[in-house]
Design a protein. Sequence first.
Length: 607
Amino acid sequence: MERTGTVVRFSRLLAVCSAGLLAAGALVASAPAVDAADADLVRNGGFEAGLDGWDCANSSGAAVTAPKRTGDYALKATPAGSDHAKCSQTITVKPNSSYTLSAWVQGSYVYLGASGTGTTDVSTWTQSPDAWKQLTTTFTTGPSTTSVSVYTHGWYGTPDHYVDDLTLIGPGGEPVVIPAVPAGLKTTALTSTSVALSWNAVSGASGYNVYRGGTKVATATGPSATVTGLTPSTAYSFQVTATNAAGESAKSAAVTATTTEGGGGGDTKLPARALVGYLHSSFANGSGYTRMADVPDSWDVINLAFGEPTSVTSGDIRFSLCPVAECPNVESEAEFKAAIKAKQAAGKKVLISIGGQNGQVQLGTTAARDAFVTSVSKIIDTYGLDGLDIDFEGHSLSLDTGDTDFRSPTSPVIVNLISAVKSLKAKYGSDFVLTMAPETFFVQLGYQFYGSGPWGGQDPRAGAYLPVIHALRDDLTLLHVQDYNSGPIMGLDNQYHTMGGADFHIAMTDMLLAGFPVAGDTTKVFPGLRPDQVAIGLPASTQAGNGHTTPAEVNKALNCLIKKTDCGSYQTHGTWSDLRGLMTWSINWDRFNNWEFSRNFDAYFGS
């Protein structure tokens, strides 16, 4: 969260991307020799038949007569806005076989790749604004792979690019047939609100659908899935099907599972729809100081910004009200404490938020962990607070080189944070409210780059919140990822989504609820959270952060996620009717903006 106005926090990601692009260089080579039995499997790779056989996102492609390399036509693709002009084709291949993918390209940043290989998906790129260059890469299919997707695309904000003579050389595959019915469906783990399932892998399947009582509730790329959002002590019936390009199998035999009794994170008596906001209590900025007593009743959770460390590595956290010289209208300590009690009497929750833009906290030692628990407890006890909000940013969390599995982290700053929070939860009991406000960089970016930055940037912060969220999921009251100050992020549709509109919030929230493979590894799927554990984080005004979203677009996002209407181009993986609500930075900025954000929340939910 920002102490000042608009900051493009995602610039650090873009810098990593740029550095990786400049350092990587293009992989340009001639195609190796192939066996006589191999053939070119691409349909209309020279685009002589227009776009026949090709799917170009958002009508971004066209066949043109110039420039071309051979024949009469080539592909012209035009990136626009959040679309990078991806054109793709699905091709039937053989399992356990080698293939060579090549294309001639021209333009600023042109990519060539193959996905769904069953082994390691490949891509390569070149910057060739004025001349035709050949891109070539190779891959080997997996033991059950019968089709792959080959594609080209450009980059955001770049001019048109051109593609010609695209080939895929290798053995042709048999016609794709509908896969067999999955066998061996069983439960592997139960909680009060979720059921984990596994089944036997099916040859030729590219994905699986999970059904609960005949309704599809989850999808998976591997033979396991976790169904969330369930009711404690309730029996459910599940079935699974296998899918590929030819269609979907019949449903498997059903398995019945009963969720455990309640007692996990729970909602700690939050309303069904909650509005969360940060209150600048320890500092002032352009939005002005707002006294606790003046916070409107619209706000259900009030996070005090911020408790900050005495040093980055000490773990010692302090909180004090804004100095009078900075905030002339600041209330006294006694008035502040009385106002907190009044809010709590009205059913509101007041938390101490740790971190923020300037509050770097690295619990690298057990001594720092223990100091964190002691000092945070003192703040909670002094002001009679309801719990803790973790707003770690910057370098507060990072992964070690050995952290390849979010389920078993080794980095001390992560392990010690998890231990510290569990200690606080144990001390204060089931009514302890725990919320988190990570940036998209630390969560959704783990879908692609867990533990290593994009394009070889080696940024150990990418996805670094995932092990914390996963370890504390049964204690977590609310997760509200900051859907702002962010660059484009790839969603579960493998398309990039850009902040500021409904589509971005829909895609980012759906990932949290449906779950996703971490860094593309389908053996390491981050299970989705319960809808009542998730709120959407947005800036309250254009001054509060990049990515301000108009009330109309906020409502579209809510309609799609809660009702599955107004979904636009992104289709959710469920109807998340129990989505908890919204979070904003900040209450002060909302006041500065004539309460637009909270008034829209109240109007939408009828509060």
